[in-house]
Each structure stands twice: as C-alpha cells, then as structure tokens.
Design a protein around this ligand. Sequence first.
Ligand code: NAP
Length: 300
Amino acid sequence: MRVFVTGATGFIGTAIVRELKAAGHEVLGLARSDAAATTLERSGVQAHRGELSDLGSLVAGARACEGVIHTAFIHDFSQYVAAAETDRRAVEALAGALEGLGKPFVSTSGTAMLTPGRLGTEADAPSPGSAAGPRAATETIVMESARRGVRASVVRLPPSVHGAGDHAFVPALIDIARRTGVSAFVGEGANRWPAVHRLDAARLFRLALESAKPGTRLHGVADEGIALRTLAEAIGAGLGVPVRSIGGDEARAHFDWLAGFITIDNPTSSAITRDTLGWRPREPDLLTDMRDNGYFTKTA
Ligand SMILES: NC(=O)c1ccc[n+]([C@@H]2O[C@H](COP(=O)([O-])OP(=O)(O)OC[C@H]3O[C@@H](n4cnc5c(N)ncnc54)[C@H](OP(=O)(O)O)[C@@H]3O)[C@@H](O)[C@H]2O)c1
C-alpha cells in the first residue's frame, strides 16, 4: 500500500517508515524543509513538501495515497495548547480527505489523556482534565471520522517511548538530574508511567494500518506502569547521583516544563490491543533499555 506518513523524519516516524518498507509498503513522507526532504530521499522515501498548518498540503498527501499514518506534532511544551490545536486542525483535514473512501487512517494519541489513578484500557474515552487534555479533541475527531467512511484508528502512546535516539521525557529527566545533582521524585513516587520501545510502537502502527477496524483505540504499551520512584532510582544509579523525594511545591522549580507530567499516575493496559491485533512487544523494557543502551553516556 502507498502510505502518507506525517512526522516521517521524527523519532517514532523514522521507525514506522522502516517498518512499513520492510513489510513491502511504499511511503510518501511529509517534509517541511529542504533538509527533511533530503533526509527522506536519502533513505529511499519520496518526500511530499508541506506543513502541519498548511492543510492543503496534508489533503494532497492523503489523496495521493491508499492510507495515512499521522505522527507529526509540534513539541513545544511552552505552547502546548496551540500545538494541540494545530494538531486538531491537521487531523480534521486528513480525516476529511479520506471521508467515504474506506482507507486506513492511523493517528497518534497519548495514554496521558486517560483518567489518572486507575488502570486505563482501550475502552476508556479521553479525560479532558488530564495532563494531555488539550489533545483529547483530536482523538474524538479521529473516532468520529470512522462513522463517515474512514477506517480510522488511534494509537495511544505512553509518556516514554524509548530506544536509540530518544529525545523525550526520560532523557529530559536524566538531564535535570545531571544538572541539579539529584534524581528526584515527588512525594512517595508511587505514581506510575507506562512505556514502550519505539520499534514495538512502530510495529503496532503498521498492524493498525493493515487491519484495525474503524473506530479502534489501541494502546502501544509494553510496561503497564513503572513507579516514578523506581525510574528516579534507575537514573540515580545510572548517573551516580543521590535519589530524593521532593514536595509538590518544589516540583515546578525542579522539573520545569515536565512538572505537569511528573506526578501523573497513568497505569495503562494493552490487553485489548494484544488480543485484537496479535501485537506482542519484543524489545527491551524501559529500565533495561536505559541501563544497557547509552542513556547515561550522553553529555548534557
Ligand atoms: N517520543 C515519545 O516519548 C512520545 C510519547 C508519547 C507520545 N508521542 C507522540 O508520538 C508522535 C511522534 O513523536 P516523536 O517522538 O516521533 O516526535 P519527534 O521526534 O519530535 O518528531 C516530530 C515530527 O513532526 C514533524 N513536525 C514538527 N512540526 C511540524 C510542522 N509544523 N509541520 C510538519 N511536520 C512537523 C517533525 O519534522 P522535522 O523533522 O522537520 O522537525 C518530525 O518529523 C507525536 O504525536 C508525539 O506527541 C511521543
């Protein structure tokens, strides 16, 4: 199948592109710059010039293909609400381009938008008051497009998608611990984050593209929930710095833009996803990956 991939140059998108090509699919990758187009073409992927805010470019890309995987996102957490709104409009345009065609549309969502404090499942709708609440509207648009002839599904990703090239929350926590000389957790540190390896996530996106039914919510989750205290201890051991509990009032100064995520309790099941698509994570879990695969060797 010819697949339009947004975010094709990103951490997860790159893995999805490789996964698709290995399975015999052809990829048209969204590129917002000459550099991105060159990167794609060097890896044998046709580039489609465009931008998340240029809705016409997204519609043209979607119409040129038999399926769409959407992973692009503006990761400026100081402008998170605006980034979520750009994403919502992009998803509306992509879904609109596919209406009535029965083609697959796999979009990205997050487990952090589930109700905190209890095991989240694929049957749960997003909770607007959650840490990732501003992105909840996007997921709703995808689900609604399934009723208008789009074979639409969402893959919810956990706060840590890890693997070679990770530049997200866990490397940010490591940088904070290195800079401050302490690996901190808030209160008891009993709150949990789920996690998945990017190669397992990429395989799930491919499986969803190939066979998810319209209106399916999927969880790309391998570790159901790692206590933040355990994560802080792994970081402390990896860097050789002390591990310490801090109060909620200190968390804003210590964790800066990450403060809103560091206390979420987001245990998440992927049992329905495993049953529905036969997906099985194969790669190392987060703590093993951190220990064995260079998370502590980078300079800050
Ligand atoms: N990584 C994680 O731990 C994690 C966890 C939960 C959810 N997610 C979600 O998974 C998805 C993929 O994340 P990722 O880690 O692969 O992100 P990433 O490495 O930051 O890549 C973002 C991608 O989006 C593209 N992009 C950014 N702004 C754009 C714009 N204005 N127009 C067009 N393209 C634009 C980037 O293009 P350039 O190459 O040109 O910059 C890049 O291809 C996102 O929805 C993210 O929020 C990720």
